[in-house]
Design a protein around this ligand. Structure first.
Ligand SMILES: NC(=O)C1=CN([C@@H]2O[C@H](COP(=O)(O)OP(=O)(O)OC[C@H]3O[C@@H](n4cnc5c(N)ncnc54)[C@H](OP(=O)(O)O)[C@@H]3O)[C@@H](O)[C@H]2O)C=CC1
Ligand SMILES: O=C(O)[C@@H]1CCC=N1
Length: 282
């Protein structure tokens, strides 16, 4: 076991929980080890199941009172509408100094604090590229967790999965969710659309998909490599009066892609806010 503070219980090892656990265990040495973690889920997702089978990560079907008493950190990754009843049932058993990190979309700190009063709690929004260490997590702490020591503990858990940012205004969390939490789905949809368009132009299906995936991945890698901001990189592809310009003109038509993306983020933000008021019982 590494020198992490206590055992880490991951409550909910579905799609996002699995991605986080995979991110935690990417590094062979240092950081978090397989012995530090217990996955609590009656039917873990594929990624989590692989960790159980190949890395010997422990698994439990339910977070029993006995198990809750052993945890130093509880990471909550169950569906948002399940959070309040499931966490309230743990209140008598989860140690008061256990750090709680919830990655559940739309579930505000006040709901979490009502279920588990007097605990250090951090609300975070992660995303699925966490599985390969390319995730984005944004965190906000309740007053008890708002210390350098807790910030360090949270970052120790989330940094192996990707970048970590902190905000102090929790109201921004629904916008964060709509951008980086949901964002991978927008990018995958764009990739699917690019592949379908390639096929419509007569490219064989397999080649169409390869072209679309590699183009999106390559463009992402170029942005990440710091070779310029997105607008500069776009201009570098766009020869005046050339093919790209014709394609971009079509994408910008009548508000086009920017307008669509604006609507998508706004709709996702509103849904997150609504989920928040529902989970708080407002
Ligand atoms: N998917 C994503 O990209 C992101 C998701 N999130 C958040 O992560 C959370 C989980 O989402 P996601 O992973 O997509 O959902 P999943 O349904 O894939 O995962 C949730 C898992 O929790 C299990 N579960 C349900 N109740 C319990 C319980 N009482 N004890 C233990 N395990 C339980 C579920 O089992 P069963 O299926 O059998 O009910 C399931 O395996 C959500 O709150 C979501 O908002 C945040 C960022 C991104
Ligand atoms: O769709 C959802 O609600 C969650 C939050 C961000 C990604 N998946």
């Amino acid at each position: 076991m590494s020198d992490i503070e206590g055992r880490i219980g991951l409550l909910g090892a579905g799609r996002m929980g699995s991605a986080l656990a995979q991110g935690w265990l990417r590094k062979a040495r240092g950081g978090i080890s397989a012995d530090d973690i217990i996955l609590i889920d009656p039917r873990p997702g594929v990624g989590a199941q692989t960790l159980i089978e190949t890395r010997g990560v422990a698994q439990a079907d339910a977070l029993t009172p006995e198990l809750a008493r052993t945890l130093g950190t509880l990471v909550v990754a169950i569906k948002p509408d399940q959070v309040r009843p499931v966490l309230s049932a743990l209140n008598d058993d989860l140690p008061l100094d256990a750090l709680v990190i919830s990655i559940c979309a739309g579930v505000p700190l006040r709901t979490l604090s009502k279920a588990l009063p007097d605990r250090p709690i951090v609300r975070a929004m992660a995303n699925t590229p966490a599985a390969i260490g390319e995730g984005m997590s944004v965190c906000v702490a309740n007053p008890i967790a708002d210390t350098k020591a807790f910030e360090k503990r949270v970052e120790r858990l989330l940094k192996p999965a990707g970048l970590v940012e902190w905000i102090s205004d929790e109201r921004l969390m629904d916008a964060v969710t709509a951008v980086s939490g949901s964002g991978p789905a927008y990018v995958f949809l764009f990739t699917e659309a690019l592949a379908a368009a390639a096929e419509a132009e007569g490219l064989p299906r397999a080649l169409a998909l390869t072209l679309a995936k590699q183009t999106v991945a390559g463009a992402g890698a170029l942005m990440k490599a710091g070779q310029g901001e997105p607008d500069e990189l776009r201009r570098a592809v766009t020869s005046p009066g050339g093919a790209t310009q014709a394609g971009l003109d079509a994408l910008m038509n009548g508000g086009g892609l920017p307008g669509l993306v604006r609507n998508a983020v706004s709709a996702a933000e509103r849904r997150g806010r609504k989920m928040g008021s529902q989970s708080a019982g407002d």
